[in-house]
Design a protein around this ligand. Structure first.
Ligand SMILES: [Zn+2]
Ligand SMILES: [Zn+2]
Length: 240
């Protein structure tokens, strides 16, 4: 099994190679790639289980609210995830963050939009913010890039300045699971009132849900009545 750095380097190399042949599938280089991924690769992508918890999107029999969400409800209300965080989606997400964002953000953003289109439109769509230092290092916010591929009528709802990430928390993947909750506590601040609003937070990956939980808590402190997560790729293992 490759380590995360090797996977990210490979994914970045793949993406930069494929971005040089626009119009082709990001996975197999087929020419008939509508929106950057061909019909064959799209059909072959791993799928989420059809029965999942409506709150956290983890597998749950008959689509019931899972035990963890029943006993300790997170501050977000629902999560809509497009895909499981598994190969090759993990490589595409790594490439989005560490490789060629321009080639992959529209592909992943459209997959998310197709999945989220079954939901009612929110009052605001908020890309999960990066802390200022991480934004400077990376040069872009991948969550904001994803929203750029949303349907035109959604774009007026995108509100990137509403939520601020005050601290540069350590990347979740580098921390033991037991430390991930503390890592994001009080990391977020809403910059304006959101009284009575139904808001969506967009992010590329959801693992423990601790980051979304803290972001949603900050949005609700600002008056939001409902916070939903729209996530490209959901880790399917229960990690909290
Ligand atoms: Zn393909
Ligand atoms: Zn749940």
């Amino acid at each position: 099994m490759m380590n995360a750095n090797a996977t990210a380097r490979l994914a970045g190399a793949m993406a930069s190679l494929r971005s040089k042949v626009p119009g082709r599938c990001v996975l197999c280089l087929a020419r008939d790639a509508r929106h950057g991924i061909c019909a064959g690769c799209l059909a072959d992508l791993p799928r989420l289980p059809t029965e999942s918890c409506p709150v956290c999107a983890l597998p749950s029999p008959a689509g019931a609210i899972c035990g963890a969400c029943s006993t300790n409800a997170p501050s977000y209300d629902t999560v809509r995830a497009a895909l499981p965080y598994a190969f090759p989606i993990d490589a595409l997400v790594s490439a989005l963050k560490y490789g060629d964002r321009l080639a992959l953000a529209p592909v992943l953003g459209r997959l998310l939009a197709e999945c989220a289109a079954v939901d009612p439109l929110p009052d605001a769509i908020i890309p999960m913010p990066l802390a200022p230092q991480r934004l400077r290092t990376r040069g872009f916010n991948q969550a904001l890039e994803l929203t750029g591929a949303f349907p035109r009528r959604w774009l007026d709802l995108v509100a990137p300045g509403v939520l601020e990430r005050r601290r540069d928390t350590a990347p979740q993947a580098s921390l033991p699971l037991s430390d991930r909750g503390a890592n994001v506590h009080d990391a977020f601040l809403a910059r304006r009132r959101l009284d009575g609003l139904d808001v969506v937070v967009v992010d590329d990956v959801m693992t423990t849900g601790a980051t979304l939980h803290e972001a949603a808590a900050a949005l609700k402190r600002a008056g939001a009545v409902r916070v939903r997560g729209w996530i490209v790729a959901r880790t399917l293992l229960r990690t909290q």
